[in-house]
Design a protein around this ligand. Structure first.
Ligand SMILES: Nc1nc2c(c(=O)[nH]1)N[C@H]1C(S)=C(S)[C@@H](COP(=O)(O)OP(=O)(O)OC[C@H]3O[C@@H](n4cnc5c(=O)[nH]c(N)nc54)[C@H](O)[C@@H]3O)O[C@H]1N2
Ligand SMILES: Nc1nc2c(c(=O)[nH]1)N[C@H]1C(S)=C(S)[C@@H](COP(=O)(O)OP(=O)(O)OC[C@H]3O[C@@H](n4cnc5c(=O)[nH]c(N)nc54)[C@H](O)[C@@H]3O)O[C@H]1N2
Ligand code: SF4
Ligand SMILES: [Mo]
Length: 737
């Protein structure tokens, strides 16, 4: 018997009978679960996944959760429609509850999935991955997580110990990480801005949709306005936030770099910027000044569509600051000049010197090394050093595709998966929450999955378009059924008291850790126990899962340095302790030495978007957020949300609708140069400006708008132009209301 088989056996033995972990502090819950008494529990919502997750308090009878409400001690505690309806998802009869294996050859319309045991599933995975590693090397196995952010830390650890550098996630396909990249290029760390406080005089909302934020976001904004803070919204559409703003600048999609340069020019010409801060702490001001000179208010109006006088007015208003901003968006980066568009806007608070000052953009202090869960949670846990070492970096397949991204980010860009599979460089795929509809031209990614030697995915549901050609599908436990990860809110953390998973579902952390125990040393994987893994992370910051559970409903604290302004002066923003910022020049980079090093422009320059023509004459924003939709997920999983919007809808301006003979509620066909026609219902609305339509991505079949998007990329991030393409919209033949 080989050592792999031995390890597998011992793990399976240890797992036998562990339907529920029996750590002592769970006894009350576990007993309650058995005797069907009523009890109160706590969990974290994972439905919109991008925000720090909201806390949920629930009432259960035995193992059955019968009600959810706001967990008011949690820093995020106002549940939205999606959070409140997670119970419908939990008890959806279509849930995937058992491991499934295919019985028909790949490519068959019916894959013939049948139930199998976890033992068989793990054996199959171990056998295939070990064989591929022996023959083609560990890098031929790709590890991936889609939008779900919670499972990522142990998957990264699994990839690292398996030895594959090919870890990719939705953040490296196309989410907020390209904005993060813009932030890092500018001041050397991620910062999506600081919500306005008592000292904030002006606040820029950068392409952030109120419907994408937790409800508390809107309340903070309303309060700031009441306190006299001026709100400037830069958003192509006439959103709720835009209507409430003091000034709404509505640039055409993808023209934000021109708008930013126009604003910067006013600030420089009128001597409103912070000269002292710029000369001491910024790199590249002269280049910026020379470049922005061409963006006169009139020229900027011509490019962006924003009236010249409004540009001047907004610049002056922001100069009244201290001012801050919110860049929680993904939208700015979803075009072929995306990172530059985001970077250019970030330079506005920089030249105003609003950086790390009260009322401005305060970089928060967090427990040392704490990162967003989606980026791995803790460098020590996912072993950042290993990922960043040259030996690993050099092997990554995205090195030539996106050199700047490759240089600075840990997840590799998986957007060339079809090419890598064709070239025989990727042979196997291990996915958690995998959805082909995330990509433009999804059929090419589905084809790539089909052509792999081996693929599995863990999910809540069986998704035909993504899973049909996989070898195995594993049932993932939902948020109410899992311990890991804890909710993380700066220096505070919140733990969960889960119910027992339905069927044979397992939490993602457990699946990744158990696979680690089988493929590597169980000691590296906390014997497969998610709570032990959380404790290894929390220990670094003085936290502990059991103690935090005993303190519920209160949330607990982690060790964290006190925040103070102007940390850059005291060497607190750089790993070497020197004053300045963590960029190659040590300063805020108005001109990026990093992008220049790779042959790109150092300044965040303006570039023209794809041109409309006589036929394809409406710009499509393919995927803006709505309060009751999350990506592709909420459509079939949650009947309540589906009831609110049962079909793909597009917004079209009344003038554009009239010109095309389209009335509210008509069925329309959308076509682009790259695909279609795709069906949707029209909602005639001034939410969108003339010349622009918006849609929801994530609908399936004839409503799948991803067919309209080409596989073209922003060379800095590798992101697709989801929001750049021009389309034709016409009334469907015989369409009626
Ligand atoms: N309800 C809900 N909330 C969510 C999600 C969800 O699916 N549903 N998803 C979560 C995730 S993963 C993410 S990444 C975030 C995304 O969060 P956001 O980026 O805030 O959401 P979007 O609605 O895509 O875009 C924000 C705004 O950008 C504007 N916009 C589009 N293109 C441009 C442009 O070129 N320039 C300017 N200035 N404005 C532009 C749009 O009009 C829109 O109002 O939301 C998170 N929250
Ligand atoms: N056209 C267009 N494309 C886009 C975007 C856009 O705005 N427009 N937005 C981009 C952005 S910002 C994002 S974040 C992505 C969305 O990223 P996707 O990965 O496409 O997100 P989802 O549709 O939520 O699908 C995720 C899958 O994960 C499963 N799942 C959910 N939670 C869990 C979990 O905890 N564990 C496991 N194992 N599975 C789970 C769901 O059932 C679903 O099958 O799309 C990107 N693509
Ligand atoms: S905003 Fe809504 S969906 Fe997002 S975490 Fe909070 S309750 Fe869940
Ligand atoms: Mo996202």
């Amino acid at each position: 018997m080989d050592s792999l088989t031995l390890k597998r056996r011992s793990v399976m033995k240890a797992m036998a009978g562990t339907a529920m972990v029996t750590t002592p502090f769970f006894n009350t819950t576990a007993n309650a679960a058995e005797d069907s008494g009523e009890w109160t529990g706590f969990s974290i919502c994972d439905n919109c996944n991008q925000v720090p997750s909201c806390g949920i308090k629930f009432t259960a009878k035995g193992n059955y959760i019968c009600g959810v409400e706001n967990w008011k001690e949690n820093p995020r505690h106002v549940l939205c429609s999606k959070g409140l309806s997670t119970l419908q998802r939990l008890y959806n009869p279509n849930r995937l509850l058992y491991p499934m294996k295919r019985t028909n050859p790949k490519g068959s319309e019916d894959p013939g999935f049948v139930r199998c045991s976890w033992q068989e599933a793990y054996d199959t995975i171990a056998k295939n991955l070990t064989e591929i590693k022996a023959k083609d090397g560990a890098d031929a196995v790709m590890f991936y997580a889609g939008d779900p952010k919670e499972p990522r830390p142990p998957i990264m650890r699994l990839a690292r110990y398996f030895g594959s550098v090919h870890w990719g996630s939705e953040s490296s396909v196309g989410c907020r990480a390209a904005c993060m990249q813009a932030e890092m290029l500018t001041w050397g760390r991620p910062s999506q801005g600081t919500m306005p406080g008592p000292k904030t005089k002006s606040f820029l909302v950068l392409a952030t949709n109120v419907w994408s934020r937790p409800l508390g976001w809107w309340k903070t904004l309303m309060k700031a306005k009441e306190n006299g803070c001026k709100i400037i919204v830069i958003d192509t559409r006439n959103t709720k936030t835009a209507q409430f703003a003091d000034i709404h600048l509505a640039p055409r999609v993808g023209t934000d770099s021109a708008l930013a340069m126009g604003i910067i020019r006013v600030l420089i010409q009128e001597d409103l910027y912070d000269k002292d801060f710029v000369s001491k702490w910024c790199h590249g001001f002269d280049e910026l000044k020379a470049y922005c000179d061409q963006f006169t208010p009139e020229k900027t109006e011509e490019i962006t569509g924003v009236p010249a006088d409004l540009i001047v007015k907004a610049a002056r208003m922001y100069a009244e600051g201290p001012g801050s901003f919110a860049l929680t968006s993904q939208s700015l980066t979803h075009n072929t000049n995306g990172v530059n568009n985001a970077r250019a806007l970030l330079l506005i608070p920089c030249i105003m010197g609003y950086i790390d000052v009260p009322g401005g953009v305060m970089f928060p202090t967090s427990p040392k090394g704490l990162q967003a869960c989606g980026m791995g949670l803790q460098p020590k846990f996912y072993e950042a050093k290993w990922w960043n070492a040259k030996a690993q970096k050099d092997r990554r397949l995205d090195k030539d595709f996106v050199p700047v991204w490759h240089d600075m980010m840990i997840p590799f860009s998986p957007n060339q998966l079809p090419e890598h599979v064709k070239a025989g460089k990727i042979k196997a795929f291990c996915g958690w929450g995998f959805n082909v509809l995330i990509w433009p031209q999804p059929q090419e990614y589905a084809e790539a999955i089909k052509n792999l030697k081996f693929a599995f995915a863990a999910d809540y549901f069986y998704r035909k378009e993504s899973h049909r050609d996989m070898d195995l599908i594993l049932p993932a436990a939902m948020n109410f059924e899992r311990y890991a990860p804890f909710g993380s809110y700066g220096a505070k953390y919140a733990v969960r008291t889960p119910v027992k998973p339905q069927g044979e579902a397992k939490e993602d952390w457990r699946i990744a850790l158990e696979l680690g125990c089988i493929l590597d040393d169980p000691k590296h994987f906390f014997d497969g126990d998610p709570v032990k893994a959380c404790n290894a992370i929390l220990k670094e910051w003085g936290g502990n899962y059991e103690e935090a559970a005993a303190a519920l409903p209160a949330v607990s604290n982690l060790q964290c340095a006190k925040n103070e302004p102007r940390k850059f002066e005291k060497g607190k923003l750089r790993p070497d302790g020197q004053p300045g910022f963590n960029t190659p020049s040590g300063k805020i980079e108005l001109f990026s030495t990093r992008t220049a090093k790779f042959g790109f422009e150092g300044l965040p320059v303006y570039k023209e978007m794809m041109k409309p023509d006589a036929r394809f004459n409406l710009r499509l924003i393919n995927g803006t957020r709505k309060p009751y939709i999350t990506h592709s997920k909420t459509r079939g999983d949650t009947p309540y949300l589906l009831e609110l919007e049962p079909r793909s809808m597009i917004h079209i301006h009344p003038e554009d609708a009239e010109r095309r003979g389209i009335s509210d509620g008509d069925e329309v066909l959308i076509t682009s140069q790259f695909g279609g026609p795709v069906k949707a219902l029209a909602e005639v609305s001034i939410l969108v400006p003339v010349g622009t339509v918006d849609s929801q991505y994530g609908w399936r079949g004839k409503e799948d708008t991803q067919q309209l998007i080409p596989r073209q990329w922003d060379p800095l991030s590798g992101y697709a132009p989801y929001f750049e393409v021009n389309v034709e919209v016409k009334k469907a033949e015989g369409a009626s209301k």
